[in-house]
Design a protein around this ligand. Sequence first.
Ligand code: NAD
Length: 254
Amino acid sequence: MSGRFEGKIALITGAGSGIGRGIAMRLASEGARMILVGRTAAKLAETAELMGGIVDCEAADLSSAEANRNVAGQMADRYGHLDILVNCAGIYAAGPSDQIEPTDIEAVLSVNLVGLVDLTRRLVPLLRLGRPSGVVINVSSTLALTPVAGALSYSASKAAVSAVTETLAAEWGPQIRVNTVCPGFVDTPIHRQRGGTPTEVAKFLDQMASRHPMRRIGQPEDVAAAVAYLASDEACWVTGATLVVDGGLRVALR
Ligand code: NAD
């Protein structure tokens, strides 16, 4: 694979598993120098090992302003600039909306929205030094565009990410491009941790696959390919955009 990201520095949040791990591996395979950020040091180390070990890892809870300040400080001290930021860390929550507590909503927003904005704004001085532009890619969801019953906090948080993306794209051009990807249902720990026997989980994944016009659920690599395009100079005139990478789920849910 060609080295579209040779000489580039890329920070990926949520890089310890799932889609974030897939994105980190894809950008590294094309030459990027990676900084992996996530909650759990051991999971980041697993990703680093899969990538050959030559990466920096920062364990940080992105819902904490102090943690975000530390990550941005480390980046400034060690690298002095940042070419690519992928905000992939996120949590999911489901349940009937009439039973939701304000604290449930705050817990999801604190990571998916507030943490994302806080880390991003702290990295802006470094991203402004990215060439030809700094790049920010926010991982949202098809459920931001087509909410379904039972995922109020999650859909609201991801819809807010779309609004944030467009606001920042308008404010920060031409120095920084800001775009969103909206994945459909992707096979990651976020779903496999939902409980049930292996047979029940397999049945659930089959049901989900049948809802996608492409008749399969996504893999982290499917999303990573789209992120690599948005991060690359081929997308140098793309900002404020939403790239839906969902096997057609959005049009099937409408
Ligand atoms: P995942 O659970 O494997 O990955 C989420 C990652 O975010 C984990 O590594 C976790 O440690 C990290 N994280 C969570 N809270 C954090 C915090 N406070 N601080 C730092 N890191 C934190 O799940 P995934 O499916 O790979 O999800 C990645 C992103 O993709 C999420 O934003 C999710 O909402 C989004 N997404 C997933 C799907 C899907 O079907 N899997 C679909 C659409 C969007």
